[in-house]
Design a binder for this molecule. Sequence first.
Ligand SMILES: [Zn+2]
Length: 269
Amino acid sequence: MTFPSSSIAFARSTCEYPDITRNWFYDSGWKMRYRTGYDRNGFGVHPNVTSFTMHEEAHSQAGKVIRDLHSLGKYHGYAGISRPYQWTGLAGAKVCKPGYHRYGAAIDFTRFDWGSDCFVDTAVHGRARRYLRRRYLAVIATCRKHFGIVLHRHNDPDGSHWNHIHVDRGRKAVAMSWGYTTDTTIIQWAARDLAGVTDLAIDGDFGPKTTAAFKTLRSRFGAEDFDPTASNTNTMLWLNLIGWHGMADQDAGTYQVKDIERHEAAASD
Ligand SMILES: [Zn+2]
């Protein structure tokens, strides 16, 4: 399924394409909940299991995000504790407004939950302590595995994404390209919070400082021969590496490409 170009998507606000309505992603046990407001500390409040309407493809791709986040929690949980996935918070999906929401091809996420001691609140954790920013980054990287566009507090063209993560299929989950702020901000954020390049701006501009930071990251990841822009396979390796480090709160280099490959070989046996 290829959705129309963004100039067409943003030209109208009418809803189009068939949709489905579900209250779970991937497995019927992994429910969705609507964010109705915020508590006094700014955390989203999600009182009830809620059904959302979206395009079947977006539902399926988001299901893969949740499946992968379940694996991250299980095998790379913070503080070495294995945490199975619980539920997902949303602000919306199919909405008759300009952009990919009108096709049901976009989803706004508000929370990813592995239990009360391990979750990502998208209104708070992108600017919280480093281990929480790392976990938020792990979520961003995992979203990018299955959606080509991921908007968040550091990739925010209209100023609205400080409180939610928007994913859409206006771009498929193709190999990374530095012309896309979705891809550049992930590399910049990983360099900052995983590799300690703290003077680097997360601004989506792949300039000389980002080029140098990317080189550092590439060396730490043992990824000299794995340029993420060269193939979809390489992009997936990088996004998995960022996800593992982010979820486990580890410095870049704790895991390398060879660890991902070993893991994948074991999983396919
Ligand atoms: Zn959105």
